[in-house]
Design a protein around this ligand. Structure first.
Ligand SMILES: Cc1cc2nc3c(=O)[nH]c(=O)nc-3n(C[C@H](O)[C@H](O)[C@H](O)COP(=O)(O)OP(=O)(O)OC[C@H]3O[C@@H](n4cnc5c(N)ncnc54)[C@H](O)[C@@H]3O)c2cc1C
Length: 384
């Protein structure tokens, strides 16, 4: 069998997520081929997101938090999230659950590196290990960071990069009801640096040293940031490292084309689903999968998809400009943001669902000068 209704190149958050949405829709009997060079049997990452909605993936949520903490040098606040929750899904649970459900449908898996994807009038061809497969529609989520280049003369090339340790202590050290989104009590050294904590119990937590900057650190620098924080700020002299997580997520305002041809749609990171100013992508990818299914059902093609409103694109660019050029300002800016706004307004703004009033209130809660300067630089950057 080499002809399919849909071929999904890549079986990560986007590939498996889209197939999962398809089999949970009237498209459930269509033939699907999913191709990946890796066997997805490792817990290679954890995904977190906030939401006030139910989703198709609620049954595999590993942990949820109802409270979120923001900490800076002279300001600390714990927010009640209701009606939102902050959820965490483990990669391995996502891969196992989706694969298990998909294998009960007309879904096939091929293992191998995709060598080529060729567009066609009525059908596209995907070549894997010299074998060709044909699909009416091909969804390509094969993102390669080494082959991805930002035109830095016009756009920003910032990265969210982090290293996390899951640690265990002998005494109670964490409040398992409260996750820490930002703890800025770490030297900034000219770039935005903070600690992110997901507590699983009073003695076990994932502690991540996270930067939003253009330059990556050495392994030793990440480890030093983590151990300094754990020992000097949390005051934990003895702890065991149970697991490690690290990652690099592209944060750029360079547009990602969605359309790869008449029969090819780019999805996931490759389809620009990472929110440029935050690095969050998982829920956006799942929402995109739902929108692709709706487009296929309503229009007979997958290209009728919503785009981000211009005001949010502009604010992403302004934030990237500040992160890139004025990293030392990010701690005071984020402190003002969390000091002067309810958490639900911040979530709506970052989710791009904020009303014009929300947006005005949020923008006027911040000192205007850095934003005006960044906006002017942006105008100059785009004109050259
Ligand atoms: C460590 C880490 C943690 C993250 N945590 C969060 C989070 O908490 N919240 C959030 O919102 N976002 C998070 N993200 C960002 C984003 O959600 C993830 O990167 C997400 O996995 C992107 O989905 P994707 O399908 O585009 O890419 P992936 O999930 O990386 O899937 C791409 C797939 O393509 C395959 N592939 C690539 N090239 C080929 C080829 N030539 N042939 C065949 N297969 C190929 C790969 O093996 C992979 O399985 C995180 C990212 C990382 C790296």
């Amino acid at each position: 069998m080499d002809h399919f209704d849909f071929i999904l190149a890549g079986s990560g958050a986007a590939g498996l997520g889209l197939a999962y949405h398809m089999v949970n829709s009237p498209l459930r009997d269509c033939s699907i081929l999913i191709i990946d060079k890796e066997v997805k049997n490792k817990n290679d990452r954890t995904w977190c997101y906030w939401t006030d909605q139910t989703t198709l993936l609620d049954t595999i949520v590993y942990r949820s938090w109802d409270h979120l903490k923001f900490i800076s040098d002279d300001f600390e606040r714990s927010f009640t999230l209701f009606p939102y929750q902050y959820h965490m899904i483990r990669g391995i649970d996502f891969y196992e659950k989706t694969t298990q459900v998909l294998s009960k449908h007309n879904v096939h898996f091929a293992h191998g590196a995709v060598e080529q994807i060729k567009d066609g009038e009525d059908i596209a061809e995907v070549v894997v290990g010299g074998t060709s497969y044909y699909g009416k529609w091909v969804f390509d989520s094969l993102f390669s960071p080494s082959e991805f280049h930002v035109d830095t003369s016009r756009y920003h090339d910032v990265k969210q990069h982090f290293k996390g340790w899951e640690i265990e202590t002998n005494q109670d050290a964490f409040d398992p009801r409260v996750m820490t989104l930002f703890d800025f009590r770490t030297p900034q050294k000219g770039s935005m640096r903070f600690i992110y904590i997901l507590p699983f119990s009073s003695r076990r937590a994932l502690v991540e040293y996270t930067l939003f900057s253009a330059r990556l650190l050495t392994e030793e620098e990440y480890a030093e940031g983590l151990s300094n924080y754990i020992q000097n700020i949390l005051g934990l002299k003895e702890y065991r490292i149970l697991a490690e997580e690290k990652g690099i997520i592209p944060m750029t305002d360079q547009p990602f084309p969605r359309c790869g041809g008449k029969r090819i749609l780019f999805t996931g990171t490759k389809g620009g689903r990472v929110k440029p100013s935050t690095g969050y992508a998982f829920l956006r990818i799942q929402q995109d999968s739902a929108a692709i299914v709706q487009s296929l059902l309503k229009y007979g093609h997958p290209f009728h998809l919503p785009d981000s409103p211009w005001v949010f694109k502009m604010s992403d660019s302004v934030m990237l400009q500040l992160m890139h050029r004025r990293g030392n300002l990010m701690k005071p800016i984020f402190t003002q943001l969390f000091q002067n706004n309810p958490i639900h307004r911040i979530f709506r703004f970052l989710d791009e669902t904020a009303s014009p009033i929300d947006t005005i209130l949020l923008m006027t809660s911040l000192s205007p000068l850095p934003f005006i300067q960044a906006l002017l630089k942006l105008v100059i950057l785009r004109r050259t």
